[in-house]
Every structure is written in structure tokens, then in C-alpha cells.
Ligand binder design. Structure first.
Ligand SMILES: Cc1cc2nc3c(=O)[nH]c(=O)nc-3n(C[C@H](O)[C@H](O)[C@H](O)COP(=O)(O)O)c2cc1C
Length: 236
């Protein structure tokens, strides 16, 4: 299994170790590719909308492309982020902003509909729901049909400072997640993804696009007709 990990932080703290622990249960070292943010994409979206016309016109396209190509080649995507002020890290949020053109409301990539993803987070004491929810929203609107989450208040500023009983809990949950994700079957396309796709399809059919390029993109792939992105990844 090929895994791409996107860490919302440069340091190797709790969330890094949670993600790495999961990845190592599922894949050999050579099949795990890691990106650290901001190290590997140290930019904020400028709001220039250049990507809406042409994704390659994003000022940060070269760095984005490296990450997107790796994600396309992966079977599983793992996102990790510490809970910062009840949200994902700023670096992770920047990454999500820089991929907004991949949302179904714009130009989703067919391969996104074939991926499984996991979002992992840790906090000092607060719920990780909002931090993970922001990432989950992007994944859902990218078209990723299988998204699992696990977040935990660890009451510790570093991995080494976590109490042994908490680490046991983390280990048990990661083992369970690994069991669920250890499959070569394509993910099921659930009602939510199908429904969102149909709503977006209606919008694009009606020409409610951010640019005519979007309607053309959907039409070229046959998505305004009967074709669906989860049935074929030939057309990206
Ligand atoms: C800037 C910043 C903001 C934080 N905000 C929260 C918060 O709102 N709620 C909380 O419970 N913990 C908060 N924390 C604590 C971290 O989420 C917690 O220590 C987490 O385990 C760190 O994960 P890491 O080791 O992967 O960096 C914050 C930490 C930092 C540095």
C-alpha cells in the first residue's frame, strides 16, 4: 500500500507519531511519502483566482504539483494536525486553501474519488472535532469517499510526555484503524459523495461556474452526462 502523509507541522510531536504509527502498520518505509507543512509548501493563498482559469497558473503550482502527484499515486492519504485554537494548524489551513480549486464546486480530480483518507489530531484538553472537521470538509468536497478521523486530548506538550495509559489507548485505536484500512478494494461511494456530486453537476450544467472553464472541464469528462469520476480515472 502506498501512503502519503501530510503533516500540518514541521516538528515530530504527538500528531506526527500518531500518523507515523498508523502508516507503519500498513506499509513498508519505502511506500510512505511524507510532506511537512510549512516546510514543503510555505505559502498562503493570495486569492488571485489564477487557479480557477488554469491550475498551473497558481504562483505555487510547482510545489503543489509535487504534492498532488504523490497523492494521486497513493492508496491512502494521512493528514495530521495539532489542534491550534480549536482549528487545524495555520500551515495545514494554507495547504487546504491552496487546493480550493479541487473542490467539486470547481474542478475535482477524478482520482480523488478513489482514495481513502485519515485525519489525525491531538490537543491539550479540547475536542479535536473542529480541527479535524476543517480538513474533513476539504476532503469531502475534493471527492474523497472514505474519510476516517481520530483525535484525542493528550494533556502533554510532546509525544514523550504522554502518559503510558494514553499511549496504549492511541495504539489500540491506530490498530483498529489499520485493520479497517488494510484493503485493496476500491472505497464505496456513499450517498453523501453521490449527492454532492449531483448537486455540483446541476450547478455546472446550469452554468453557475466560477469560470466557463469549469463547465468545459465537467463536460469533457462526461460528468454532465452519465459518466462518473469514480467509474474511471482515465480523464483527470
Ligand atoms: C498555538 C497553539 C495553540 C493551541 N491551541 C489549543 C487549543 O485551542 N486547545 C487545546 O486543547 N490545545 C491547544 N494546544 C495544544 C496542542 O494542541 C497539543 O499540545 C497537541 O498535543 C500538540 O500536538 P503536536 O505534538 O503534534 O504538536 C495549542 C498549542 C499551540 C502551540
Amino acid at each position: 500500500m502506498k501512503i502519503v502523509m501530510i503533516h500540518g507541522q514541521n516538528h515530530k510531536g504527538t500528531t506526527y507519531h500518531m500518523g507515523r504509527g498508523l502508516a507503519e502498520k500498513l506499509a513498508a518505509e519505502a511506500d510512505i511519502t511524507e510532506f511537512f507543512l510549512p516546510r514543503d509548501l510555505n505559502h498562503f493563498c493570495l486569492g488571485c483566482y489564477a487557479c480557477i482559469q488554469d491550475e498551473t497558473k497558481c504562483p505555487y503550482w510547482n510545489e503543489k504539483k509535487v504534492m498532488l502527484d504523490a497523492m494521486e499515486a497513493a492508496d491512502l492519504l494521512i493528514f495530521t494536525t495539532p489542534n491550534y485554537c480549536l482549528a487545524p494548524s495555520g500551515a495545514m489551513k494554507s495547504f487546504l486553501d491552496l487546493t480550493f480549486d479541487c473542490w467539486m464546486v470547481h474542478r475535482p480530480k477524478a482520482w480523488m474519488f478513489t482514495k481513502r483518507a485519515v485525519v489525525l489530531s491531538a490537543s491539550a484538553g479540547a475536542s479535536c472535532k473542529k480541527a479535524m472537521g476543517t480538513i474533513k470538509d476539504s476532503l469531502l468536497y475534493w471527492g474523497v469517499p472514505c474519510i476516517k478521523t481520530f483525535g484525542l486530548p493528550v494533556q502533554a506538550p510532546s509525544w514523550d510526555a504522554i502518559k503510558p495509559e494514553k499511549k496504549t489507548k492511541i495504539e489500540q485505536r491506530l490498530t483498529r484503524l489499520a485493520r479497517q484500512l488494510n484493503t485493496t478494494k476500491p472505497p464505496r461511494i456513499h450517498f453523501k459523495t453521490r449527492f454532492l456530486f449531483l448537486v455540483m453537476r446541476k450547478m455546472h450544467s446550469a452554468g453557475w461556474d466560477s469560470s466557463p472553464v469549469e463547465k468545459q472541464y465537467w463536460a469533457e469528462r462526461g460528468w454532465l452526462g452519465k459518466a462518473r469520476p469514480w467509474q474511471s480515472t482515465k480523464t483527470l
